[in-house]
Design a protein around this ligand. Structure first.
Ligand code: SAM
Length: 222
């Protein structure tokens, strides 16, 4: 089995820590999770470059720095109840699973959800629950959440996700008019019906397709 721990530590030092992510739990989790186990066969040697990579169904495994940034923006802490929309490869859910007790993650493509499940099993990550479906509707039975991370870009923050935040809960989501260019927003629920919004800059994500996302007219890879 290929030992890429040196490359992994280097990636965390150079691309995550030096770029301003200081949360110890996130850095430690990223030193633990083997990203090479979440890329498609043949892409292992690129696993520790700081970029997105293609996965099945025209989707992507997100850039490591953006994964770290989103988890930091969402202030994910041990003991938090966390939801991810857009499991993709499963990498971000795996990183969060090393920080919190339980991660709920939803993926609309059944094949990706199944592959992620198998990866979690193989790595012994038993605290991640994967559901196939439209994540824009959230996971009502498991709500409220302290943190919700949406790993695909939508036209706005889905009402269902905002409603499933606990008071004080954080929703991190790429939002934009264009399907392939967004602003990374942090929405905080400050009261029963009050929210604040903060903009963390431009990003490019695959589209969030669903009832409270973009309509399905063929996924586009970005
Ligand atoms: N977090 C992933 C990782 O670490 O590999 C990257 C996710 S990828 C950038 C975005 C994912 O969101 C894709 O797998 C896509 O199929 C999924 N997606 C898009 N719309 C969705 C929706 N409404 N519900 C659930 N998943 C969705």
């Amino acid at each position: 089995m290929l030992d890429l721990s040196r490359e992994r530590n280097r990636m965390v030092d150079v691309h995550i820590s030096r770029r301003g992510i200081h949360d110890r739990e996130i850095l430690q989790a990223m030193r633990e999770v083997p990203r090479e186990a979440f890329v498609d066969p043949g892409f292992e040697e690129f696993a520790y470059e700081d970029g997105p990579l293609p996965i099945a169904d025209g989707q992507t495994i997100s850039q490591p720095y953006i994964v770290a940034l989103m988890i930091e923006m969402a202030e994910v802490r041990p003991g938090d109840h966390v939801l991810e929309v857009g499991t993709g490869s499963g990498y971000a859910a795996a990183v969060m699973s090393r920080i919190v007790e339980h991660v709920y993650t939803i993926e609309r493509h059944p094949g990706l959800a199944e592959t992620a499940r198998r990866r979690f099993d193989k790595l012994g990550y038993r605290n991640i629950e994967v559901r196939t479906g439209d994540g824009t509707k959230g996971w009502p039975e498991a709500a409220p959440f302290d943190a919700i991370i949406v790993a695909a870009g939508g036209p706005g923050a889905p009402a269902a996700l905002q409603e499933q935040l606990d008071v004080g809960g954080r929703l991190v989501i790429p939002i934009g008019d264009e399907q392939d260019e967004q602003r990374l927003l942090k929405v905080v629920r400050t009261g029963a019906a009050t929210y604040t919004e903060e903009d963390f800059g431009g990003v490019r994500f695959v589209p969030l397709i669903g009832e409270q996302g973009w309509p399905e007219n063929g996924d586009r890879t970005v």
